[in-house]
Design a protein around this ligand. Structure first.
Ligand code: AN7
Length: 358
């Protein structure tokens, strides 16, 4: 009948992760996410897949890194995990800390985190702190505090174990396709994830699982595009709050990822992000948060530029779930309004069969 159940990222990839031998995994059985065919978004173009990282336990890719970072932190005797976050790292840290029986403190840019993510952190009992600063300022402050207090585990992606966990998404893509894709397109904020994919694909090549690296394309929002513009952005602005980051901590690793794979950084306007944000659920049934829609907007741009032919395989990473950001959905999805009708047969019949919707 069934093969053995999925054991989560730490157990599945233990020999590829730098964890102490005795460390008891802290897991919510993250990973093993779908690679969904999405050719409807690639007419005449390459084969396109979406890596649905939104299907992780807290509905973003952060869980892959968090299981490794929190496993190591607990094994080392830490009592408290801390992060700065645009929201998803906080939601994930809060959940894994709860699972581990550890305390969690999340430091967030005030008024700039999507409602669902904030609720996730609070639901899991994290001490939730808002400061009058952007993400970059928040990260600088928690790094300062963590440097003074070794008993605190900082679980931002400056913690190398986060990238180690996140590299496992590359292993899964190779496993699912049986080869390396031609290209991987993903949103870039603090630049940890693109660096982690590079590490994962590079490791897969060293192990002989693939013979070449996919080109890595990092997509930034036009108002928060330090890696495209080549300069830090003091006041990053974009509808995609997850990637409203002006000073990416892993900038150097990300530049190397793009250089070594022959990829590129590109930026997309908010209106392109929102077009993809509306398209994904309507055409494919995939509800993604705006930052993830940026990857699909980037794919569309590269497609229009003739970057690929029909024999290429491209993976776009859906990094987080659309349910996390009901505020943007309410404002931007449009069209799908709720119509009130009387609780009577004729009215319901008309609503079901009538032409009035169009
Ligand atoms: C949905 O949660 O930085 O380039 O603090 O939530 O590795 O930063 C989130 C980032 C893409 C960018 N998509 O990844 C945080 C945070 C979503 C995200 C990114 C984030 P990185």
């Amino acid at each position: 009948m069934s093969a053995s159940p999925w054991p989560g990222v730490v157990v599945r990839y233990r020999e590829r992760l730098p964890l102490p031998a005795g460390a008891e995994p802290v897991t919510l059985l993250e990973g093993n996410t779908p690679l969904l065919p999405a050719d409807a978004l690639s007419p005449g173009g390459p084969r396109l897949w979406l890596k649905l990282e939104s299907m992780n336990p807290t509905a973003s890719f952060k869980d892959r890194g968090m299981t490794v970072a929190v496993t190591a932190a607990r094994a080392a005797g830490a009592r408290t995990v801390v992060c700065a976050s645009t929201g998803n790292t906080a939601a994930s840290a809060a959940a894994y800390a709860a699972r581990a029986g550890m305390a969690c403190v999340v430091v967030l840019p005030a008024g700039a985190v999507a409602q669902g993510k904030l609720l996730q952190a609070r639901a899991a009992g994290a001490r939730t702190v808002a400061i009058e600063a952007g993400f970059d300022g928040a990260l600088a402050l928690v790094r300062e505090v963590a440097a003074l207090h070794p008993e605190i585990a900082l679980v931002n992606s400056v913690n190398p174990l986060r990238l180690e966990g996140q590299k496992t998404a590359a292993f899964e893509i190779v496993d699912a396709l049986g080869r390396a894709p031609t290209a991987l397109v993903l949103p870039v904020g603090n630049a940890g994830n693109i660096s982690a994919y590079h590490r994962g694909f590079e490791e897969a090549r060293r192990l002989g699982w693939i013979d070449r690296l996919p080109r890595l394309f990092g997509v930034q929002a036009a108002g928060a595009a330090p890696l495209v513009d080549g300069a830090e952005v003091e006041h990053p602005e974009t509808v995609a709050s997850a990637i409203r980051i002006g000073r990416p901590a892993s900038a150097a690793l990300a530049r190397e990822a793009v250089r070594a794979t022959g990829g590129a950084f590109l930026k997309v306007e908010d209106r392109e992000i929102l077009a993809a944000y509306r398209d994904l659920p309507r055409r494919l049934g995939v509800f993604a948060e705006p930052a993830s829609a940026a990857a699909v907007a980037g794919f569309a741009r590269l497609l229009a530029q003739g970057t690929w032919g029909p024999d290429d395989d491209v993976v776009a990473v859906i990094t987080g779930h659309g349910l996390k950001d009901p505020g943007t959905a309410e404002g931007e999805l449009g069209g799908g309004e709720v119509r009130r009708v009387p609780a009577e047969r004729a009215a319901v019949e008309e609503a079901i069969l009538g032409e009035a919707w169009v």
